[in-house]
Write a protein that binds this ligand. Structure first.
Ligand SMILES: Cc1ncc(COP(=O)(O)O)c(C=O)c1O
Length: 1018
């Protein structure tokens, strides 16, 4: 056996006893050696005909790195017993083989270690930069080799472009090759040094568990080393980092930033990265095409080039802007003259011609920011009539709009960077706006010549637009853009025309001429137009502002204004977080490792202070959607009139009560209005006790009913937590009817009855203690317990037993009521059970604090014992109008039916994921009340997986929750307005994130209470 043969060689030559396992290798034999000493090695047996010099070079390089930069993650080489690093050992057939033994580094290869976060890529850049620094002083004869992977010599592909049969692709490659040849002289002039030359995604190792910070734990395989400019090493690594990356430009910028931090690059080198990267990909696809021709039966050759083609053909990557982006990543000026232009503008601030013929320093600012403004009401649609009125609250005189201001007025899909409504979108204004009446003349702040003059007639585009080219006295170019002009300017000016300082060269258009907006000029400055040409983005992605601040800086100087006046600063999330810590209790918890700050909403979407959209798949309170216009209207209308309490008659209270009761079985006749679910449950306890004269309560484990003393006492989810108040004497818990993890499973047809029977001993215990049974309370479908749907008939059976013991049955429908379940308006309908008291909360006010309890005439009568029941705000005129409106909207907009349809769509998709991913243990729920139970490979609760998935979904801009005693159940519970494309986004993102989880398993936890030999942990 081969492995035994080489295991013996390892023992003889290195004195190491190990078990060998073959590893992949194209030509050579590679083994993983697990040694008796507990260490792992890699044994490399080179092919007989290998070039010894190249192997010696690798060994020498590793030795060099270990000496000059021992902190770098390269494997150490272990000398054989006789001191040789690369002994020659005869193989089984007696042929001499060069053999070497390496340290085995921890981690898994980068290709399989998803996601490729910018943070990880930045670290990779640092490691690579440091590696090239370490290799600077390394010399070896083998480095000076001619071969196809030396990027300096990549011009060889020119001769083989004919092999690319697709003419479009051939032209693209020939363009890349031409661009490469255009920079070749600059490349060839750079100093050369030893470089790794093949930092591909299988040669990078990454370490770090699911919720841990990941780091680069290894760079391996120096087999392609050569002498070349260091920037080739970076471009090659970049060529792999961008492939199939969801944000390739940002990924590359992160790599370059990391590299530059460890190994300073010049601007000239930075400018070479992009053409070199593309050339490297061109070399790859040409090489694979040639190999495919030689090996027509090997489909892998073609498959392996697919990502490179995908990237090269990705039209959304803006190559023209790449040099600026990479320079900014390194903190370098975007152009050679950028700093001089900025200095010139600064020095002349106050001396430019007045654009509006008047001093703007006292002109007021008007904010259209996400936080300060509600233009447009629907952040996904800007109707023309709203666009024409934008900012009308600031009057019809002169006012200024901010630079760097995130706005939601850019609502068209063209501003989105992905296919979904909640995809990243460009929101941040890169110009200053000056609002003034249509027809106002615009004066050139300084002389220039016309670069572009056009009429952009698209919906909400610029209308008339002019770009002027300027030069500083030192000859450095910069540009200014004026949008939303009267298009008559196109008749008067043409590209190349001079425009004198202070010349009135254009005038503001009205809404019919300027793209549809309230009259204003969008005034933008740019230091380069490369990658933008005539089509400058007027707004930027909030996560790319470093780039945009550098390319399109604040133009305040040209308006003779201080920068600060027009520079918008959104509320600082970190300051809010610090303030919260200072003024609120520590147990006021925040969701997510990196919390979100949300300032606007619309239906089932939310927006943070930068206008980043989030799909709200978690919050059930906005039952009919965030910021519903009918709720706004009803609340505003009532607040204009009066708002008082139930001590006075008002028809709104009756209307609300009648609406609520219309949704319930006839026996429910009486409503109590309070302010919250908690208060309603607290009241339910009092009613049950008043009606029965008993105090004992039975309730399922892990339930939650509210935050007051009484409600906590019946909420095992709280009182049983470490530090909780513990179980009261008058409360008895029963196991949740969870037929996935509980004691009776889905294959047991009798499980509903068996779970219900668990109530019998609880009743008996209460009676034994003398408390009697006041009642039973349960979330109809346990939510905090893990989105559980009890087997049909469970509640009906429990209710029979409780009633037989003299108690009343309380259905907490706070989570499940009001149409969320699709097939049912309330959860108890599914169970074929009729409670005595129904509690509603959260969604019934759609954000307004409101709780409702309904019960029978008899129970209400028992409670009417002469003491007034009063809740100051419960049943206020305002609350009743809002509550009624919410229920009306559910009906009018068919939201229960929508919950049924969208729930089914989600459920189907989730079931498919369950079949695809081992970590999805169970998918359950009804309508838009859904749970996904995540499990470890051994079937135990996947708490860490759940935390990871929840946080990663947030990275994908989707809010979902987690629940269950071990917090391993994803809770999906969106507003009832969710639409098919949102459901599809959830499923797409979940699949992406679950792929990242892959076959992750938690490290085994030692539960030994005594020393256990062989277990590394005790
Ligand atoms: C099932 C259930 N009941 C009662 C409550 C308490 O409602 P509130 O927070 O409005 O007091 C909650 C809150 O999460 C709940 O989920």
């Amino acid at each position: 056996m081969l492995t035994e043969f080489w295991a013996e060689a390892l023992r003889v030559h290195w004195g190491i006893e190990a078990e060998l396992e073959p590893l992949d290798g194209e030509y050579d034999l590679n083994f993983l050696a697990r040694a008796r000493n507990g260490r792992d090695y890699v044994l490399k047996v080179m092919r007989p005909e290998c070039e010894a010099e190249l192997v010696e070079m690798q060994v020498a390089a590793l030795d060099h790195i270990a000496e000059v930069a021992p902190g770098l993650p390269f494997p150490k080489v272990f000398a054989a017993l006789d001191g040789a690093m690369l002994p020659e050992i005869p193989d089984e057939a007696g042929a001499p083989r060069r053999v070497w033994l390496l340290e085995r580094l921890p981690g898994r290869c980068y290709a399989l270690s998803l996601p490729h976060s910018e943070e990880l890529i930045l670290k990779l850049g640092r490691v690579l930069g440091a590696t090239d620094r370490a290799l600077e002083g390394f010399a070896h004869d083998g480095l000076a080799r001619d071969f196809k992977w030396n990027l300096v010599q990549a011009g060889w592909i020119d001769r083989h472009l004919d092999a690319i049969t697709d003419p479009v692709r051939r032209v693209m490659l020939s363009d890349i090759a031409a661009e490469f040849s255009g920079v070749h002289d600059r490349l060839a002039a750079l100093p050369i040094q030893a470089i790794h030359n093949d930092v591909n995604d299988y040669n990078i190792l990454v370490e770090g568990g699911l919720n841990e910070t990941r780091k680069v734990s290894g760079l391996i395989d120096l087999g392609d080393m050569c002498a070349a400019p260091r920037v080739c090493d970076l471009a090659i690594a970049g060529a792999y980092v961008v492939l199939d990356h969801p944000r390739p430009e940002r990924a590359l910028a992160a790599l370059v930033r990391g590299y530059h931090a460890a190994n300073r690059l010049s601007a000239e080198e930075v400018d070479l990265i992009w053409p070199l990267l593309r050339m490297r990909l061109a070399v790859s696809v040409v090489n694979s095409t040639l190999m495919a021709a030689e090996n027509p039966d090997d489909p892998y050759v073609t498959i392996s080039q697919a990502p490179a083609w995908r990237f090269l053909e990705n039209a959304s990557v803006n190559g023209g802007l790449m040099a600026a982006r990479l320079r900014v990543a390194c903190g370098l000026p975007v152009t050679a003259g950028a700093e001089r232009v900025q200095a010139y503008l600064d020095a002349h601030r106050g001396r430019f011609a007045q654009m509006f013929g008047t001093d703007l320093s006292a002109v007021p600012m008007g904010s259209l920011s996400v936080e300060n403004s509600t233009w447009p009401q629907n952040p996904f649609h800007m109707p023309l009539d709203e666009a024409a009125r934008v900012g009308e609250e600031f009057g019809t005189g002169l006012w200024l709009g901010y630079y760097n201001e995130p706005r939601l007025i850019y609502a068209e899909p063209g501003f989105r960077k992905g296919p979904w409504k909640a995809s990243d979108r460009r929101t941040v204004h890169l110009a200053v706006d000056v609002f003034a009446p249509a027809g106002t003349i615009l004066h050139a702040p300084l002389s220039g010549r016309v670069e572009v003059v056009e009429n952009r007639t698209g919906h909400l585009d610029y209308g008339g637009v002019v770009i002027l080219h300027h030069e500083t006295p030192q000859g450095d170019a910069f540009y200014t853009l004026y949008g939303h002009l009267d298009p008559e300017v196109c008749d008067r000016l043409k590209p190349g025309d001079p425009v004198a300082q202070d010349a009135g060269f254009a005038r503001l258009g009205d809404a019919s001429q300027n793209g549809g907006w309230a009259p204003h000029v969008h005034f933008q400055l740019a230091l380069t137009t490369q990658g933008m040409e005539a089509d400058w983005p007027g707004v930027g992605d909030p996560d790319e502002m470093d780039l945009w601040h550098a390319v399109c800086p604040n133009p305040a100087a040209l308006l003779n204004l201080p920068d600060d006046k027009v520079f918008y600063r959104p509320t600082d999330k970190a300051a809010v977080l610090a303030g919260r810590r200072a003024h609120f209790g520590g147990n006021l918890s925040l969701t997510y490792d990196d919390p979100v700050m949300l300032v606007r909403g619309w239906k089932h979407h939310l927006f943070d202070e930068w206008g980043r959209p989030y799909l709200d798949a978690y919050n059930n309170v906005p039952n009919v959607g965030h910021a519903h216009p009918r709720i706004q209207a009803v609340a505003a209308d009532q607040l204009k009139r009066m708002n008082s309490n139930t001590r006075y008659l008002h028809p709104a209270q009756l209307a609300f009560a009648e609406k609520v009761l219309s949704k319930l079985p006839e026996r429910f006749e009486v409503c109590f209005f309070v302010n919250s679910g908690t208060e309603a449950n607290e009241l339910a306890l009092r009613l049950a006790r008043a009606h029965t004269g008993n105090i004992g309560m039975v309730t399922p484990d892990h339930g939650y009913h509210g935050n007051t003393t009484g409600a906590i006492a019946i909420s095992a989810y709280k009182f049983n937590k470490p530090g909780g108040v513990g179980q009261a004497d008058w409360v008895e818990l029963v196991e949740v009817a969870d037929d996935y993890r509980g004691r009776f499973k889905r294959d047991d047809a009798e499980r509903a009855r068996k779970f219900a029977d668990l109530v019998d001993p609880a009743i008996a215990r209460l009676q034994d203690k003398g408390h009697g049974v006041a009642g039973f309370i349960a979330e109809t479908f346990p939510s905090v317990g893990g989105q559980i749907i009890p087997p049909k008939g469970y509640l009906a059976a429990v209710y029979d037993k409780i009633r037989a013991a003299g108690g009343v049955c309380i259905a907490d429908e706070v989570q499940t009521g009001l149409g969320r379940l699709g097939d049912y308006y309330f959860g108890f309908e599914h169970q074929g059970a009729e409670p005595d008291i129904v509690v509603m909360g959260k969604p019934i006010g759609n954000g307004h604090p409101l709780g409702v309890l309904v019960t029978t005439r008899e129970i209400a009568h028992s409670f009417n014992n002469g003491i007034e029941f009063f809740s100051t705000f419960g049943g206020s005129t305002l609350s009743c109008r809002i509550g009624k409106e919410v229920l009306d909207i559910v009906d009018d907009e068919g939201l229960q039916e929508n919950a049924r349809l969208m729930g089914a769509r989600l459920m189907n998709g989730l079931r498919a994921l369950e079949g695809e991913f081992g970590c999805v243990g169970d998918v359950r729920g009804m309508g838009l009340f859904l749970g996904v139970e995540l499990i470890n490979p051994d079937g135990s609760e996947g708490t860490e997986i759940c935390r990871y998935v929840k946080n990663r979904m947030r990275d994908h801009r989707i809010l979902i929750g987690s629940e269950g005693p071990k917090d391993n159940i994803l809770k999906i519970r969106p507003p009832l307005t969710i639409e098919a494309e949102d459901v599809d986004m959830i499923l797409w993102a979940l699949r992406t994130v679950l792929t990242e989880v892959g076959d992750w398993a938690p490290a085994p936890v030692c539960d030994h209470d005594h020393h256990h030999a062989g277990c590394g942990c005790c």
